[in-house]
Design a protein around this ligand. Structure first.
Ligand code: TXA
Ligand code: MG
Length: 335
């Protein structure tokens, strides 16, 4: 038996499945999922905490491990469009067009659910969020397991999503199975788009409103500053504080850097050529939105792990490509 395939309930360290060096061991993760176990795995956005989406007990275990309120619905990951259609009660032409344009990829589509989807997955809502991920490891896992996999981001509730297997293990040390697929490519969670009621973005992601409007011209965007009950009712996961490191996050122009005394300060800049700042730990991210998005969560995880109690984020540009980045920064900064 391959060493990665050995597992023991009394073990403290997780079974780390290296999907890059040892792709055959993915079968262990697929079998575990089919058997109702919880498995963390990489997607192109962030790492997910997966379980068999049609197994209520397995899904409840995700909520327990994550400390997530049962009122916050999960996204179901499937291998292809046909598998998505099996989970919904309606498959409108708009869903077909979006799936053809963006799947596999970082777009979650919310549709009226079929009765086969347990209430645990959807937090009692009549709709279900579904996506086909494009990460090769996620795709292979979905093929091998041949089941829909419900998965939120693999971090403790309200924490920063993991973009490395190491982030998953640090945040959720008691997990039994972690599939390591290296650093994720997109770096921010998927765009969540609802086709229930008015077609609109519920959570921005790197698939932008303009890209969606090329397919659905009447699609509506989101408002970062709208935190009414109405928004919460549309998507319960849009609680204001989210994506937060332990450190206090402040979005501040570095020219008018606030005085922060007696604290270890981390700084996230949006240019790879940023100069050092005295006494601060500086993470300089790429100046393009894709590169910045890919590195943002890693930077937050690293500054947190280094013991920074305050993280200053230099405001990035404001154009549409940066919409999802701004959404996450504002929510990380919300106390
Ligand atoms: O990229 C991603 O989306 C990652 C990877 C693992 O796929 N997953 C992720 O899941 O970010 P999570 O659970 O952390 O966020 C899911 C979001 C929440 O804001 C939730 O409220 C929304 O999707 N959502 C899920 N199902 C929904 C539904 N039926 N109606 C409205 N919003 C829904
Ligand atoms: Mg999350």
């Amino acid at each position: 038996m391959h060493p990665a395939a050995t597992s023991d309930k009394s073990m403290k360290t997780p079974v780390l499945i290296d999907a890059i060096k040892e792709p055959d061991t993915l079968a262990v993760a697929a079998d575990a999922l089919r058997a109702g176990e919880v498995v963390a795995f990489p997607t192109e956005t962030v790492y997910g905490l997966g379980a068999h989406a049609l197994d209520s007990e397995a899904v409840r275990e995700i909520f327990r491990i994550k400390g997530r309120p049962a009122t916050n619905p999960l996204i179901v990951h499937v291998k292809d469009k046909a598998s998505a259609m099996a989970l919904v009660s309606e498959w409108p032409a708009e869903a077909d067009a979006l799936a053809d344009a963006f799947w596999p990829g970082p777009l979650t589509i919310v549709l009226p659910k079929s009765t086969i989807v347990p209430d645990e997955v959807t937090a009692g809502l009549d709709s279900v969020g579904i996506r086909v991920p494009r990460h090769p490891v996620a795709r292979r896992l979905l093929e091998l397991a041949d089941i829909p996999i419900a998965a939120p981001s693999a971090n403790p509730y309200t924490g920063v999503s993991p973009t490395l297997a190491e982030h998953v293990i640090n945040g959720l040390p008691d997990l039994k199975y972690v599939v390591d697929g290296g650093a994720t490519d997109v770096g921010l969670e998927s765009t969540v788009f609802s086709l229930v009621g008015e077609p609109r973005i519920l959570r921005p992601g790197m698939v932008t409103l303009s890209q969606i409007q090329k397919i659905l011209p009447n699609a509506k965007g989101w408002d970062d500053d709208d935190h009414t009950d109405d928004v919460a009712a549309r998507s319960p996961g849009l609680a204001r504080k989210h994506y937060s490191p332990s450190a206090r996050v402040i979005v501040a122009d570095l020219e008018i850097r606030p005085m922060v005394s007696g604290t270890r300060v981390g700084v996230i800049r949006c240019s790879p050529n940023s100069p050092p700042i005295l006494d601060a730990l500086v993470k300089a991210l790429p100046s393009d939105a894709d590169g910045y998005a890919q590195g943002l969560y890693s930077a937050l995880h690293e500054l947190d792990a280094a013991g920074c109690t305050t993280i200053l984020i230099e405001p990035p540009p404001h154009d549409e490509a940066w919409g999802a980045v701004w959404n996450r920064i504002k929510r990380a900064a919300h106390s």
